[in-house]
Design a protein around this ligand. Structure first.
Ligand SMILES: Cc1cc2nc3c(=O)[nH]c(=O)nc-3n(C[C@H](O)[C@H](O)[C@H](O)COP(=O)(O)O)c2cc1C
Length: 193
């Protein structure tokens, strides 16, 4: 069974991107196992090569690495900060990318499709940072999916009851998620397109 790891690039309690991630999770077809990684499960210091041997950090890192390694593919929802990825996200990826160099673990990102999603309260919807995210995930060996889901003016996207406003709902999202999951299944089985 295909397994997806979903994670957010914001730690904020009221994160718009966590909301977006929840919406995207609801669009994932049946038969796919979802592992939601909450920000409070990511208790890593700011990356410092001198702390790589710290047993507390290594223990936490091993648990996180195992969750990435167990996934067939990744779905990220992240805001952009000044047109780039958030420091929290970069820090997480930097740490997880280091474990293979430290203890010979497998590269947890290698050949894994990643669907990039973003939401921001402004006009860009986080789309300005998408090329940087492609560079980051491509660099660690993942396969950024061609399509992205970007939600501009996201602070107005949900009503008081937490329902996504149909006026801003992009009905192509479900088709995008379906195409991503089909791509993941083909990658996992080696089946032709
Ligand atoms: C340091 C910083 C830089 C930001 N830069 C951008 C930006 O470049 N583009 C943008 O659309 N929003 C930017 N924002 C606004 C964020 O998109 C907004 O705070 C958003 O709600 C954060 O995502 P979250 O709700 O998932 O936490 C920035 C916010 C911060 C704190």
């Amino acid at each position: 069974m295909t397994r997806l790891l979903l994670f957010c690039g914001s730690q904020r309690r009221a994160s718009l991107n966590t909301r977006l991630l929840d919406e995207v999770a609801r669009l994932v077809p049946d038969g796919v196992t979802l592992d939601m990684l909450p920000p409070n499960a990511v208790d890593l210091p700011l990356f410092d090569q001198d702390r790589e041997e710290d047993p507390t950090v290594r223990g936490r890192l091993a648990i996180l690495h195992a969750r990435f390694a167990a996934a067939d593919a990744l779905i990220l929802a992240s805001p952009e900060y000044n047109g780039l990825m958030t420091p929290y996200l970069k820090n997480l990826i930097d740490w997880v990318s280091r474990l293979p160099r430290l203890d010979g673990a497998a590269n947890a990102f290698l050949d894994k499709p990643v669907l990039l999603c973003s939401a921001t309260p402004g006009w860009s919807g986080g789309g300005v940072a998408i090329p940087a995210l492609r560079t980051l995930f491509g660099h660690v060996g993942a396969i950024p999916f061609g399509e992205t889901i970007c939600l501009p003016y996201a602070a107005q996207a949900w009503d008081a009851d937490g329902r996504l406003n149909p006026a801003v709902l992009d009905f192509n999202w479900s088709a995008c998620v379906a195409r991503f999951c089909a791509f993941v299944a083909r990658q996992a089985t080696g089946a032709p397109a």
